[in-house]
Ligand binder design. Sequence first.
Ligand code: ZN
Length: 225
Amino acid sequence: MRRAVVLLSGGLDSCVAASEAQHRGFRLHALSIDYGQRHARELQAARDVARALGAEHRTVRVDLAALGGSALTDQAIAVPQDRDAHVMAADIPPTYVPARNTVFLSIAAGWAEVLDADAVFIGANAVDYSGYPDCRPEYLRAFEEAARLGTRRGIEGRAIRIEAPLVHLSKAGIVHLGLERKAPLHLTWSCYLGGRKQCGRCDSCRLRRKGFREAGLEDPVGYEA
Ligand SMILES: [Zn+2]
């Protein structure tokens, strides 16, 4: 059976990307990164999602909080609240973590080599949140080329593919695909804050809610506000 490494953050998108990888016939090896994010709630969600999917799961620690520079890794930078989608998309938000996907994909490609996996799946999405430069298709293609040049598998002619099945989907489209694939959406956590419930006000919560609303479905995970 072909193997795939799946980057699993615990959020909605990576859960659907993992379910899509499974649907395409891959045996899943889920990878979560404990990067010094504001809260551990999403890492617990990632463990729960991996278990529900029957995937091997590993968490690797990389302390990006030592660098800071993001509202997600520096408590002194505020997480924006109550912003409309067009405001979110207007510029690169303070929740952007410098070079995060490059770091994550590099670790995922390394594990893929160890496992002899053919692909790395990432839930990157360029439609609803175009503010993140490392979620764009041109970036992902360029990383795939870098991984081809920089790995043993690439040199041997068996380059690791970087698969981003959600990259062109709207949030509502992601919710629909998740339902089709029977993804365990009820176990996910999208909020940037680590409260008892999702806050409902940060960019991530607002995009998630908008996605469920536009899909005409109830979000199985509740909110404070
Ligand atoms: Zn939130």
